[in-house]
Design a protein around this ligand. Structure first.
Ligand code: GLN
Ligand code: ZN
Length: 774
């Protein structure tokens, strides 16, 4: 039991909350504004109502200090770019003409200007807009948004704490603007940026802020001594300001490590630290610097990135330890609640047994409040919450819904041999060559063909009961016929069925696997107005019946050319879902891999000679700290091999990854032991091919020659040139010709033309090869 006096002032707080509103009102308002159906005034009104609703909900739940400024029309990093006035030259006219339209132009581009680049926010599935900076960047403070939002919250009579992206993280997330040397380091702009932060802090103080939170998640990554020096300087200078609110420097997603002494020594007033997952090491990091005496510690003990209830007793014990390491300990989620859905009680279709184990933003808020009360007033004041929590946790620990003895028995007997193919790559390659009889430079696609409105309507109609399964399946078969006949006519060598039956590459499989849960309202922001509903890995995973065989077999029945089977790999199935927190990720991955292995084997038995297992998430799930990479890559590559190693040597396994920067995981890609890999490369001009060749990658490679992220149709001449470049790195017998990702987001006319050009290019280059076999 915690003592009453030591933590009398423990407060409950959060760093941010889902922005969209109960019914995704924000999405509707913003998209309505883009379409001209909602005026700017109406959009502002909706936004301010959503903010007020969130603050009231937080305050009513017992949150002592609400965050402000975390709200965004699109993205909080873009908001920071506006706040520091780092508007790229190409967007300036638009911003000057109208700040709101200019803001959206930076986010989405216009007819005339390209948007800012978008990339993942650390290892989450949220995407931010990358600041573009250069030696000529001039920062100008614009505190209007943070000040206005603070005032709104204060006007409601609440204690509010503005939350800003910190200056060091802002610069570390930036990239050189177009035209600026690639080796330009945005962090060199720190001295120019700090006065702008000083001004914003002063404005917030005069608007009534007593505390301001500066988020520095970039400090949980491996940082150079120069980066750490910059962080030390930044907080020495901001701390030395006389006209400033109290500063709370927040970090999350991992441990601070070598940045801990830097921040612990800085003349700021408090630190907010994550104590969940790999960040639990912050406890030792903190003890190693002798604690935070004289500072406030905000302890993120409730996991802000997952959907499971907290173990309140365990958190209380962490908090009790922390009381010995800081003068004042407050309670929070590990990071902004932006990354979880709003309210688990909205999920009426989830088994009530399982619903007890779920905590979305609303439930996490209640946990934080209970923990803060337990900490300051004694655990007997939350006896009821503790008892309920204990019962819920116990019901999960021994639930038959989460534990399937048959699955456990299967995973228990997995041996290393199960994740190894029976023959080495070289032997398989020869067997596949004589089995498949493909020309050199074979052409293929990555899997999906355009997901037309018509297909989406058919799916919606099926769900709404407007058409029956038979009619829906006829519609899908008709689409497959069209896709197959187009590919045959165009002369593609390895065909696909086009994935018309899939709503999403993870959801489609999650819906068919036992142990996975779907939500009805569990929306989470992916970027801008795009929200996804990640499925939840809730129990042991099994595959009641084949998931894709029917469609692949149908497609194969229409053609003599090989049709490639198409599955989502185990790592991606985990990465784009909420994962279990009651067993190691490696165990969950192994279960998913075994289920997928059954599918791979069934595809082979149904006559499929080429099977692709997509792993676009392999690189992005890499832990933030290099020290954790090898443990992750070990289970990730093992899960992939377990999925794919049950087939004959002459069955060709493909994989696909959609990113270009994988220099640091080439060895892991080799470890997958796939026969063929297709990669995104159109934008990096085959640099990928060179990198693989330099690393001695021995297998077949399809670096994309058609950039599907753009509506542009590459000409045959262009594709030919890229192919020739590819041939400089990879010999013809190992080089494939393909687009760099699936075609589902593209329109038919561009796809038709682009693939025709791609085949023309492959034929042209083939005809110039020394021993032309085609
Ligand atoms: N097979 C998937 C498709 O073509 C791959 C998509 C992806 O890697 N993101 O759509
Ligand atoms: Zn891709």
């Amino acid at each position: 039991m915690t003592s009453k006096s030591a933590a009398a002032a423990a407060r409950a707080t959060v760093y941010g909350y889902p922005r969209q509103g109960q019914n995704r009102e924000l999405k509707k308002a913003v998209e309505g504004y883009w379409k001209g159906r909602v005026s700017a005034a109406e959009l502002r009104q909706t936004a301010s109502e959503l903010r007020a609703t969130t603050w009231r909900r937080l305050a009513d739940a017992g949150i002592d200090e609400v965050p402000t400024g975390d709200f965004s029309y699109y993205d909080h990093v873009l908001d920071t770019t506006m706040m520091v006035g780092a508007i790229p030259a190409r967007h300036r006219a638009e911003v000057e003409a109208d700040a709101l339209d200019g803001y959206f132009a930076m986010a989405r581009g216009t007819q005339d200007v390209t948007p800012l680049e978008m990339t993942k926010w650390f290892d989450t599935n949220y995407h931010y807009l990358v600041p573009e900076l250069g030696p000529d960047t001039i920062f100008i403070a614009d505190s209007a948004k943070p000040v206005a939002e603070l005032k709104e919250a204060l006007a409601l009579g609440l204690t509010a704490r503005p939350v800003l992206v910190g200056p060091v993280t802002y610069l570390l997330l930036a990239k050189p603007a177009p035209g600026v040397a690639a080796d330009f380091e945005p962090l060199t702009l720190l001295d120019r940026l700090l006065p702008v932060y000083a001004e914003v802090l002063a404005d917030l103080r005069s608007a009534g802020a007593s505390w301001v939170q500066l988020d520095e998640p970039a400090l949980v990554q491996d940082r150079t001594p120069a980066d750490l020096n910059a962080a030390a300087r930044a907080y020495r200078e901001l701390g030395a300001l006389t006209d400033r609110p109290k500063l709370l420097v927040a970090s999350y997603f991992d441990r601070l490590g070598e940045a801990m002494p830097v921040l612990a020594k800085a003349p700021v007033d408090g630190l907010a630290l994550d104590f969940t997952g790999p960040a639990a090491a912050n406890l030792d990091n903190l003890a190693a610097v002798g604690g935070l005496h004289g500072k406030r510690l905000v302890a993120g003990v409730v996991d802000g990135r997952n959907v499971w209830i907290n173990d309140l007793e365990k958190s209380l014990s962490t908090l009790a330890t922390l009381l010995g390491l800081a003068d004042r300990v407050d309670v929070a989620a590990s990071c902004s609640l932006l990354h979880v859905p709003l309210d688990a009680t909205a999920e009426r279709a989830i088994d009530p047994q399982i619903a007890r184990w779920l905590a979305f933003a609303g439930q996490k808020t209640a946990e934080i409040v209970a923990l803060a009360r337990g900490l300051s007033q004694g655990t007997d004041t939350i006896a009821a919450e503790l008892a309920a929590n204990r019962a819920d946790l116990a019901s999960r620990a021994d639930s038959a819904l989460a534990h399937d003895p048959a699955v456990r028995a299967r995973t228990a007997v997995i041996t290393d041999a199960d994740s190894r193919r029976s023959q080495p790559y070289a032997v398989r390659a020869a067997a596949q060559r004589s089995h498949l009889r493909l020309p050199p430079l074979p052409t293929t696609t990555i899997g999906s063909f355009p997901q037309t409105t018509d297909l989406r309507t058919a799916r919606a109609d099926l769900r709404a009961g407007l058409i029956d399964t038979v009619a829906y399946e006829q519609r899908i078969e008709a689409e497959i016929r069209e896709v197959i006949s187009f590919q045959e006519k165009t002369g593609i060598d390895v065909l696909v069925h086009g994935e018309p039956e899939r709503n999403d590459m993870v959801q489609y499989f999650a819906e068919q696997l036992t142990g996975y849960l779907a939500t009805q309202h569990g929306w989470v922001q992916s970027y801008g107005t795009r929200y996804v509903r990640p499925p939840i890995l809730a129990g042991d995973i099994s595959r009641p019946e084949p998931m894709t065989v029917r469609w692949t077999r149908y497609a194969q029945s229409l053609t003599n050319r090989p049709v490639k089977g198409m599955l989502t790999g185990p790592v991606t199935m985990l990465a784009w879902s909420f994962v279990r927190d009651d067993q190691p990720l490696a165990d969950t991955a192994r279960q998913v891999a075994l289920a997928l292995r059954g599918e791979v084997n069934d595809l082979e038995a149904a006559g499929t000679s080429v099977i692709q297992v997509d792993e676009p998430a392999l690189r992005e799930t890499l832990p933030l700290r290099a020290a954790d990479h090898s443990a992750y890559l070990a289970w990730a590559t093992e899960a992939f091999r377990l999925t794919t190693s049950g087939v004959r040597p002459n069955t060709q396994i493909h994989t696909h990854m959609c990113y270009a920067e994988f220099g640091d995981i080439v060895a892991a890609i080799d470890d997958l032991d796939a026969d063929v890999i297709s990669l995104e490369a159109a934008r990096s001009h085959l640099q990928v091919a060179r990198e693989l060749a330099e690393a001695g990658y021995p297998r077949e490679v399809g670096p994309g020659v058609y950039d599907i992220h753009s509506p542009r149709v590459p000409s045959a001449v262009e594709a030919t040139a890229l192919l020739r470049k590819g041939l400089q790195a990879i010999p013809a017998e190992r080089l494939w010709v393909n687009p760099d990702c699936g075609l589902k987001t593209r329109g038919w006319p561009e796809v038709r033309a682009s693939l025709e050009h791609l085949v023309t290019a492959a034929r042209d280059v083939r005809s110039t090869l020394p021993d032309n076999e085609s």
